[in-house]
Design a protein around this ligand. Structure first.
Ligand code: CTP
Ligand code: MG
Length: 166
């Protein structure tokens, strides 16, 4: 899951500049995505996730870490891209519900990256998904994701990377 976990914090560190919605509003008069979703965050975040995945591929080959899932360029690209596309689509629906940028949206804020990564894997490499994401793996992911999310966001808040600790 590291290729899916890395993009969010890297987007928070590198984000800024032109928002993906170019500042435009949706038909309901609210922003399409909001200022929290920028091209720079999206691109740098995805590239960081892919690079993390390539490092994992090298690591498991170099040290014969056979207990790690066999990642490929495709699987790590789908994990990284899906994570931030999930985050982006979540923000679209968050705005439609009238929740401002940066506000808390429990469950959705924590699992957007998992849903996005899994959906892209199902579309792009379903055989990899079913071979790797067994029921126990799924349960572990569902348990550790909100914990990691919370811990990383508190660290980001303490270091003033994030304006809020969630
Ligand atoms: N970020 C970015 N581009 C992205 C995703 C994130 O630039 N595609 C940066 C933004 O600076 C954002 C920060 O990472 O504020 C934290 O991301 P997140 O918590 O997902 O965004 P929020 O500001 O909380 O916005 P939203 O309410 O839409 O989730
Ligand atoms: Mg947020």
């Amino acid at each position: 899951m590291l290729p899916a976990y890395i993009p969010n914090p890297v987007a928070a560190l590198s984000g800024g500049g032109t928002p993906i919605d170019l500042g435009k509003n949706y038909s309901d008069g609210r922003r399409i995505f909001g200022d929290g979703k920028t091209f720079r965050g999206l691109i740098v975040g995805i590239l960081a996730g892919i690079m993390t995945g390539l490092f994992l591929i090298w690591l498991s080959a170099a040290y014969s870490l056979t207990y790690l899932p066999v990642q490929t360029l495709l699987s790590v690209t789908l994990l990284a891209t899906g994570a931030l596309l999930g985050d982006l689509i979540k923000s679209f629906f968050k705005r439609r519900l009238g929740r401002e940028r940066g506000t808390k949206w429990p469950v959705a804020d924590q699992y957007d990256l998992v849903a996005g990564a899994f959906i892209l894997l199902l579309i792009g490499d379903s055989s990899w998904f079913f071979a790797v994401v067994s029921l126990p793996v799924l349960v572990i992911i569902l348990v550790i994701t909100p914990v990691l999310h919370r811990v990383v966001n508190i660290i980001g808040y303490l270091f003033r990377v994030k304006e809020v600790p969630w």
